[in-house]
Design a protein around this ligand. Structure first.
Ligand SMILES: Cc1ncc(COP(=O)(O)O)c(C=O)c1O
Length: 392
């Protein structure tokens, strides 16, 4: 059969329907002033955030303690919207200020008693992951870092390190240094076979790469709002619902207790993922982040993924034409939402492109991260200017 006759799959590049795309794009004022390809670092925030900020100020301006009732509704709504995006049931996601806080809280659930005291990670993790688990070395955690020595993940090497001593395997869904993705179904299967739990740092994928945590059977997933979810200042932790009753965080706070909102001392845990709450929450970031999340959910992550693949494929094609070395894996199913380019003097190039309102980021390599609202024309404008910078 001719591949062109096959129905489009999840990794088939295809731009969004023009009307859907135009409506989405119109929501993001940032796109009127620049070509914004920095979504792997900080996603654009939609105009609807302004109304939320005004409403918040109104609440503060006319303060009554009853405001907390609405704020709790807003916080729960955001957590449940993240859950829905992940294919998870309501009540299985908790939010807090950042991923690091939630990861440390999760890490504080375990005893790290030999023989099952190992935490396996790779050398592609965001620095918070080794930092947190090294700190838990004080309580017996033995960190085992699988080195790839390069931008891509050696999944066979990772899986070969899992055995009956492995308590947790904690990996990034897509590496922040290359965008290389891990094959989660394979990893979950291998980890569960030896009795290890799988914790996924999905900060670099949630919102741009589909993730169905229920179908995957993954144990915990962490991520945040301020990249591909077009929000600000809030992070989340999903926990497999049947695992929750077996986990008791030592790093906790009163909002995790069963009597939190009665202000009585709690003796048990709040239901669901709320047992992973800490102290008084900060509602503003969830309320603002809800706007971007709703827009993305309206489009649907599978369609966003196909659009993203069309844009990153254009980056790859243009890089090949210009002879620019690509660091990221090029196969559609192996790359996340960003393409890393090996550009000489890249940090200065990034600054000169920014002066032309062409916005990307640089972390050792030039990172080009388009999102659902970007266009092929924008990729061409960016790659034209980059080619000129490099004299190609
Ligand atoms: C893969 C990944 N994990 C974690 C983080 C940051 O986590 P935190 O919210 O603790 O700052 C980032 C931020 O860039 C990231 O790319």
């Amino acid at each position: 059969m001719n591949p062109a006759d096959l129905p489009p799959g999840p990794d088939t590049p295809a731009c969004l329907d023009p009307a859907v795309h135009a409506a989405l794009r119109a929501e993001f004022p940032l796109l009127r002033s620049c070509v914004y390809l920095n979504n792997n670092s900080t996603g654009a925030v939609p105009a609807g955030a302004e109304r939320v900020l005004h409403d918040y100020w109104d609440t503060l301006r006319t303060w009554r303690d009853d405001a907390w009732q609405d704020w709790h509704v807003g916080l729960d709504r955001y957590a449940d919207s993240v859950a829905a995006l992940l294919g998870a049931p309501p009540g299985s996601v908790v939010t807090d200020a950042n991923l690091s806080t939630l990861l440390a809280r999760l890490a504080s659930c375990f005893d790290y008693r030999p023989p099952r005291d190992r935490v396996v990670i790779t050398d592609l993790e965001f620095p918070t992951v080794p930092f947190v688990f090294r700190a838990f070395g004080r309580y017996g955690a033995r960190l085992d870092v699988v080195g790839t020595g390069g931008p891509d993940l050696d999944q066979d090497a990772l899986q070969a390190r899992l055995d009956e001593r492995t308590l947790l395997v904690c990996v990034t869904h897509a590496a922040f240094t290359s965008g290389a993705t891990v094959d989660l179904p394979r990893l979950v299967e291998a980890a569960h076979r030896v009795g290890a739990l799988v914790v996924v740092d999905a900060f670099q994928t949630v919102g741009v790469v589909p993730l169905d945590v229920t179908a995957l059977g993954v144990d915990a997933v962490l991520g945040g709002a301020n990249k591909w979810l077009c929000g600000v200042g809030t992070a989340f932790l999903y926990l497999r619902p049947d695992l929750v009753p077996h986990l008791e965080p030592a790093a906790t706070g009163w909002q995790a207790g069963d009597r939190a909102l009665t202000f009585q001392p709690s003796t048990g845990w709040a239901p669901g993922a709320r047992r992973f709450a800490g102290g008084t929450p900060y509602p503003l970031t969830s309320l603002v982040s809800q706007v971007g999340l709703d827009l993305l959910a309206g489009v649907g992550v599978p369609a966003i993924r196909r659009h993203s693949l069309a844009l990153t494929q254009r980056v790859l094609d243009r890089a090949a034409q210009a002879g620019i070395a690509v660091v990221s894996p090029t196969a559609a199913h192996r790359r996340g939402g960003v393409v890393f380019l090996d550009v000489p003097d890249g940090e200065a190039v990034k600054r000169r492109l920014a002066a032309q309102q062409l916005i990307c980021s640089w972390r050792g390599h030039l990172r080009v991260g388009p999102h659902a609202y970007n266009t092929l024309d924008e990729i061409d404008a960016f790659m034209d200017a980059l080619g000129k910078e490099l004299g190609r």
